[in-house]
Write a protein that binds this ligand. Sequence first.
Ligand code: ADP
Ligand code: ASP
Ligand code: MG
Length: 241
Amino acid sequence: MGRLIVQKYGGTSVGNPERILGVAQRVKGYIEKVDKVVVVVSAMSGETNRLVALGEEVWGPQFNHRELDVLYSSGEQVSVALLSLALEKVGVTAKSFLADQIPLRTDGEFGRARIVEIESKSLKEAIADGIVPVVAGFQGVTADSLITTLGRGGSDTSAVAVAAALDADECEICTDVDGVYTADPRIIKKANRLDQITFEEMLELASLGSKVLHPRSVAVSYTHLRAHETPEHLVCRLLLE
Ligand code: ADP
Ligand code: ASP
Ligand code: MG
């Protein structure tokens, strides 16, 4: 039995067609090494900001409306389709999954929904058939089939929750910095990269607004790892793309 890895690629990693093809090559390399990969992606960088601005122009600054979540979630629909095409292009069989195709169920809090359940059957069937599932991050669906979003930065949480649902060996968050630092390395040049960090410290960093991991993703991974009696420390495996 090979290992199963969930890899999440953020907006910068899928920011243009060239990068998307680069991600596809990278995923192909992992398949050769670890056997099974599930990919979770964010919208292309700048896209969710653009959608939020559009919504604001029409509707105003209020965030929680069912149609706004239909709007915001569309960015991830574009990136899963493009990455699936890119994977096919480099010779990897892939299939995109929107939240309602999994389904990845959430409560009905538009703009900040919480994941309540992920039905793993469709993803597991794809994996068993040798297909790489490319899952749309950030979005969910309610029991009444309404589209929801998990809050800005929520694809990290989608990835960790998918990894937990599939009992994956690892969840890798690939982003535009090469790890978690003592402070935002783009602002504080002297910030140091951390080899490991406790869940409490990571949760604090995330809750204070450091974008590097979505706060719920830390909480979900902690709960899941505790259930499996694994270490108290979160090993930082954020990868620079
Ligand atoms: P992605 O689109 O991959 O999810 P984000 O922009 O959401 O990427 O998160 C990565 C960004 O988080 C980095 O570019 C960095 O500026 C910022 N950041 C804030 N605090 C930290 C920190 N303590 N360590 C690393 N990066 C941080
Ligand atoms: N695309 C969404 C956002 O920009 C989710 C994410 O990037 O994690 O907030
Ligand atoms: Mg993010």
